[in-house]
Design a protein around this ligand. Structure first.
Ligand code: CTP
Length: 425
C-alpha cells in the first residue's frame, strides 16, 4: 500500500453518501466562519487501510485559539445542517448528531502532564501541536476538509510510512510514561490492525509497563472495555500478557494461553462471546481474596463486580456439581442468579467434562425453563394464598427441569394430586 497525498477518492469510494455530504458541508461551513477543520484519527487511518470505520473525529482550529473552537463550530454546524449538539466538555470537545450519526469535534490542543499517568493539563493549540501530543504516528494522519483542498492528507509525523510498513510507533520516548493507557491501546492496535511495534517503541513499552500501576481504575476499565469490544479480544489480551502489562495492573492478574483457547473454542462452537465474557475469563483464575482486589483495582461498577464475584463463586461451587446422576433441578438451584458470562467461561474451563456439560445445559436450556402455571393459577386450583404458593411453584419447576412433567395439563394434575395427597395426610 502506498499512502496517497489525498484521501478524497477514498472518502468518495468508501464512505456512505450522507457521511460524505456531511464532511463537505462541515468543511465549507467551518471555512466560511474562519475555522480550520480536519478529519483526524481512526477514520483517516481506517480509510487508508480500507477498513470499515466508525463515526468521524473532527479537529477544529479556531482563529483566536480558545478552547471553545469545537463547541462554537458545533453550534454553527447544528444550525446550518439541521443537527443537534448533544454534549460539550471543558476540555474543548463537543458531540454533534446530524442525520443520526455522531461526530466528535475536538478543539486543537496541547497537553502537558504534571505527573506520569495524571490527566493532562490542556491548552488551545494549532493542528501541528495537536498532532504532536498524540499516541502513535498512524493516529496523527489528518485530512483537510476545506473546499479548495478537501481530502488533502496532512502527515506531520511520518504516519503514512509507518502505516505502509505496518509499524506502530510512539512520537517520543516518554509517551507511555505520560499516558500509560497507551500501553493497552498499543496491544489493541497491534492485534486489531496486524501491526508490530517499532523496536524502540516496544522497548519503551516494556520499560514503562510499571507505570500502569499508577493509573486510576476508571481509566484501566475504559481501556479494557475497548479491548473487550474488539472482534477477538483474546488477541489483545494475549499480547498484553506477553508484555507483562497485567502483572503491573494487579500482581495476581494474568491472561494465560488456556484463556485464549477457551474464548476461541466458545466462539467456534457458536456461543456468544460478549464483552463481559472476557472479564469473566480474566477473573477465572483468581483465588480467595483476589476477586475483591480486582474489583477495587478496577473501581468496578455493579455490573462488573457481579461478573467478577460470580466467576469466583462458581469456582467454589464447581466441586458440588461433580456428583454422579445429579438432577437438573439441583444444578439449577446452585447456578440460578449467577452471571451468564461466569457460567459460560467455566463451561470451557471447568476440570471435568461432566461439569462443563452441566454448565452448558444450564446456560442453554435450564436457565430459561418456566412453569406454565403462575401463582394465580395455583390459587384457582385451590392452593391457599401465602408461602405455600412459592413452595408449589418451586416443586413444579423442579419437576419440569427433571423432565417429570412437561405440559400445562400435567402441571395442573401435579397440583391436584398434591392437594389430594395432603388432604389424606
Ligand atoms: N489519543 C491519544 N492518547 C490516548 C487516547 C487517544 O493520543 N490515550 C488520540 C489518538 O490520536 C486517537 C485520538 O486521540 O486517534 C482519538 O482517540 P480514540 O477515540 O480512542 O481513537 P479512535 O481513533 O476514535 O478509535 P480507534 O483508534 O480505537 O479506532
Amino acid at each position: 500500500m502506498l499512502v496517497p497525498t489525498t484521501i478524497k477518492t477514498l472518502i468518495d469510494e468508501q464512505l456512505p453518501t450522507d457521511m460524505r455530504a456531511f464532511l463537505h458541508s462541515a468543511g465549507e461551513c467551518a471555512e466560511s466562519n474562519g475555522f480550520r477543520l480536519f478529519l483526524v484519527g481512526g477514520m483517516v487511518r481506517d480509510l487508508l487501510l480500507g477498513r470499515p470505520s466508525r463515526d468521524p473525529d473532527l479537529l477544529v482550529q479556531g482563529t483566536d485559539l480558545t478552547m471553545n473552537g469545537a463547541s462554537d463550530l458545533a453550534d454553527l454546524l447544528a444550525s446550518a445542517l439541521g443537527g443537534e449538539v448533544t454534549s460539550r466538555s471543558q476540555f474543548g470537545t463537543a458531540k454533534l448528531n446530524v442525520n443520526g450519526f455522531d461526530t466528535d469535534l475536538i478543539t486543537a490542543r496541547q497537553e502537558t502532564y504534571s505527573l506520569p499517568g495524571a490527566l493532562p493539563d490542556v491548552t488551545p493549540a494549532t493542528i501541528e501541536e495537536d498532532m504532536a501530543r498524540r499516541d502513535f504516528t498512524l493516529n496523527t494522519l489528518a485530512a483537510d476538509l476545506s473546499s479548495g483542498s478537501f481530502g488533502d492528507l496532512i502527515d506531520l509525523q511520518n504516519g503514512g510510512d509507518d502505516l505502509e510498513q505496518g509499524t506502530l510507533r510512539i512520537l517520543h520516548d516518554r509517551s507511555f510514561q505520560d499516558d500509560p493507557t497507551r500501553l493497552l491501546r498499543a496491544a489493541r492496535y497491534e492485534t486489531r490492525l496486524g501491526l508490530h511495534m517499532a523496536p524502540d517503541t516496544e522497548a519503551a513499552a516494556r520499560r514503562d509497563a510499571e507505570y500502569l500501576g499508577g493509573i486510576s481504575g476508571d481509566r484501566i476499565r475504559h481501556e479494557l472495555e475497548r479491548i473487550f469490544d474488539e472482534p477477538q479480544p483474546e488477541l489483545a489480551l494475549g499480547r498484553a500478557e506477553d508484555m507483562m502489562f497485567f502483572s503491573y495492573l494487579l500482581s495476581t492478574l494474568e491472561w494465560g494461553p488456556e484463556l485464549t483457547r477457551a474464548a476461541q473454542s466458545l466462539r467456534e462452537s457458536g456461543y456468544e462471546t460478549s464483552p463481559m465474557l472476557f472479564l469473566a475469563l480474566l477473573a477465572l483464575p483468581l483465588m480467595r481474596d483476589n476477586p475483591e482486589a480486582l474489583m477495587t483495582r478496577l473501581n468496578a461498577p455493579v455490573s462488573w463486580a457481579a461478573v467478577i464475584r460470580d466467576t469466583y463463586a462458581l469456582r467454589v461451587t464447581l466441586p458440588s456439581l461433580s456428583v454422579e446422576n445429579i438432577q437438573p433441578s439441583t444444578v439449577y438451584v446452585k447456578l440460578a442468579g449467577l452471571a451468564p458470562e461466569a457460567i459460560l467461561a467455566w463451561s470451557a474451563l471447568a476440570p471435568y467434562r461432566s461439569v462443563r456439560g452441566l454448565l452448558l445445559s444450564f446456560q442453554m436450556k435450564w436457565r430459561d425453563v418456566k412453569t406454565h402455571l403462575d401463582g394465580d393459577d395455583l390459587m384457582s386450583l385451590g392452593i391457599p394464598q401465602g408461602p405455600e404458593i412459592g413452595v408449589v411453584l418451586q416443586e413444579l419447576l423442579n419437576a419440569r427441569l427433571d423432565d417429570v412433567i412437561f405440559t400445562r395439563e400435567e402441571e395442573e394434575s401435579f397440583v391436584r394430586n398434591r392437594i389430594s395427597s395432603n388432604e389424606h395426610t
